[in-house]
Design a binder for this molecule. Structure first.
Ligand code: CP3
Length: 349
């Protein structure tokens, strides 16, 4: 197995810097669009053979060092009692959002092996197809980010209803977060049982909170998810915790217990790492929009990130957030090759 990604997660030395890209399977690839013409998005996620094929598309096209299972963070909420659709141009919609304490009391925690059996099966199938060539990352949304969709009813800019509930009904907030912790922990553990080699927890929107509120209303639940997975898993797999806009909170994020912290592009990688401390690996942090620039501009920025990592064990190259639709495929291919070749030379400089 090409294990430089897993080694970097454990802060062990590697021959060159591992790289994968968040949302590496998606609409910027023509192979993806060809399948998407025939299926709805949820249908693709819920058909294990299709999800497996899409997971492998970027693996076949680029020399990335990890695969990530093709799925989404939101279908987990369906089993809990929420109705989910994806609308063209609008993104995900929850049709019966959580608005009152009774809605939260009615939420169910279910066995993920049944409620999201299709993703668990896709992990199993993909592991078989990958034949241990590269590691497979399983993932889940984090309690806050999932709660924000469940409460707002879709994407949000201000998180007004989410924050209002958090501030107004702390007991109800605790009930909601505790149910999400149990559901998410079970889902992550089921993916490890099915063969996932690493796990990423997406807390994409937790950076919308003030650090004090993050520490009080979110951190304890992230810690519980990570502790649950660490104490109950069959094999030891690294855990990556990812958020955006969290540059003001790295001293708090050290306490999550994650092996790897995701870093977005709003901070220099070495500044972020200094705040995070030597006890965690870091993943990031190219602005996804840079891939729309001419190649020399991309190369300069990728080299700067690698220079800032300076060959220290524990850097995984990635974008600071998911790859965007319409990203030029040839830039993705060149970026992956550049990260490998530049970092391999770095070791000998
Ligand atoms: O990284 C990968 O390749 C795995 C696939 C993956 C998807 N979603 C596929 C997807 C992963 C890891 C996710 C996570 C996810 N989903 C997050 C956290 C990461 C992040 O980007 O912050 C969030 C917030 C979601 C929720 C979600 N799903 C939104 C807001 C949208 C609509 C926006 C969009 O890009 O259309 C989705 C849909 C979605 N998830 C698509 C894909 C490939 C596009 C679906 C399509 O083909 O129409």
């Amino acid at each position: 197995m090409n294990d430089r990604f897993l080694k970097a997660c454990r802060r062990e030395p590697v021959d060159c810097t591992p790289v994968w890209l968040m949302r590496q399977a998606g609409r910027y690839m023509s192979e993806y669009r060809a399948i998407r013409e025939r299926y709805g998005f949820l249908q693709m996620v819920k058909t294990p053979e299709v999800a497996t094929e899409i997971t492998l598309q970027p693996i076949n096209a680029f020399a990335v060092d990890a695969a990530i299972i093709f799925a989404d963070i939101l279908p987990l909420l369906e089993g809990m009692g929420l109705q989910l659709t994806y609308e063209k141009g609008e993104g995900p919609i929850i049709h019966n959002p959580l608005r009152a304490p009774d809605d939260i009391r009615a939420l169910r925690v279910t066995d993920s092996r049944e409620s999201v059996a299709y993703t668990i099966e896709a992990v199993r199938l993909t592991k078989r197809e990958l034949a241990d060539k590269i590691p497979l990352i399983g993932f889940s949304g984090a309690p806050f980010t999932l709660a924000s969709y469940a409460i707002e009813g879709g994407g949000s800019r201000e998180y007004r209803l989410t924050k209002k509930l958090m501030y107004t009904h702390p007991d109800t907030w605790q009930t909601l977060m505790t149910k999400l912790v149990d559901q998410i922990s079970d889902y992550l553990l089921a993916q490890v049982e099915a063969g996932a080699d690493a796990l990423q927890i997406f807390d994409s929107w937790a950076g919308a909170l003030a650090p004090g509120d993050y520490a009080e209303y979110v951190l304890p639940y992230v810690q519980q998810v990570i502790a649950n997975v660490k104490t109950r898993q069959l094999r030891t797999v690294p855990l990556i915790y990812f958020g955006t806009d969290m540059s003001g909170m790295y001293n708090i994020l050290r306490q999550t217990g994650a092996d790897v912290l995701g870093v977005d592009w709003r901070i220099f990688l070495d500044d972020a790492w200094a705040q995070i401390g030597p006890g965690s690996a870091v993943q990031g942090n190219l602005d996804p929009m840079v891939l729309f620039a001419p190649w020399p501009a991309i190369e300069r920025r990728a080299a700067d990130i690698l220079d800032r990592a300076a060959g220290r064990p524990g850097h995984i190259f990635n974008l600071g957030h998911g790859i965007l639709t319409e990203t030029p495929v040839e830039h993705v291919q060149r970026l992956v090759e550049f990260v490998h070749s530049y970092s391999a030379d770095q070791a000998t400089r």
